[in-house]
Design a binder for this molecule. Structure first.
Ligand code: 3PG
Length: 204
């Protein structure tokens, strides 16, 4: 699947920080059951690689990617685990769209966007979206950077996701609100499915 196709699959990409690999499969299943099939597991915990492997093997219908990819070796590691995409909070020097796995790089400014476009990217994570200007920045980017489309992430929630999704240059949004840490810890998968269902209804 191309990155474009992946980002079109659901309006919200859950950003997951998994502390215990045993949570990966029930968490992934709960999100997919609620209609969110594109899952970003951040490379921030020791459990991340095991969680990714388990989700790929056991969560039917999930499209699993790695987040917090900070350099080229981490992009390669995401590919080696079998991820279908990788997300970075920023631009990785020297990285291009073609590579071991499709990469969604982060930008926060016009200058970074220009560097990313020059490297051949057209899909970007706006990060941290609420701090980097939110919907106002995306509206302002649309005219000079007509080719660029975004997945705003960072401070996006049930309260403001619809405003982002209404913009013509927003492909989808990312956020952790659909998998609250307390619900994961408590194994409250039904609550997570409910949150996912609400999120997946944000784009009819
Ligand atoms: C992150 O890097 O943690 C993501 O951008 C998620 O941000 P959020 O917790 O504000 O949704």
């Amino acid at each position: 699947m191309t990155l474009e196709e992946i980002l079109a699959r659901a309006p919200v990409i859950p950003v997951l920080v998994i502390e215990d690999a045993a949570h990966a499969v029930p968490l992934g299943r709960a999100l997919v059951a609620g209609g969110l099939s594109v899952l970003e597991v951040t490379f921030r915990t020791e459990a991340a690689a095991g969680a990714i492997k388990a989700m790929i093997a056991e969560v039917e219908g999930a499209i699993v990617g790695a987040g917090t990819v900070l350099d080229a070796p981490m992009r390669q590691a995401a590919a080696d685990l079998g991820c279908q995409f990788a997300v970075s909070p920023g631009l990785i020097p020297g990285e291009r769209p073609q590579g071991p796995v499709p990469l969604l790089p982060g930008v926060a400014t016009a200058t970074e966007l220009m560097a990313g476009l020059a490297a051949g990217f057209e899909l970007f994570k706006l990060f941290p979206a609420n701090v980097a200007g939110g919907t106002g920045a995306l509206k302002a980017f649309h005219s000079p950077f007509a080719k660029a489309r975004f997945c705003p992430t960072g401070g996006v929630s049930a309260a403001n996701a619809a405003e982002y999704l209404a913009l013509p240059n927003v492909a989808c949004v990312g956020g952790s609100w659909v998998a609250p840490a307390d619900a994961v810890k408590a194994g409250d998968w039904d609550r997570i499915t409910r949150l996912a269902r609400e999120a997946s209804a944000l784009r009819p």
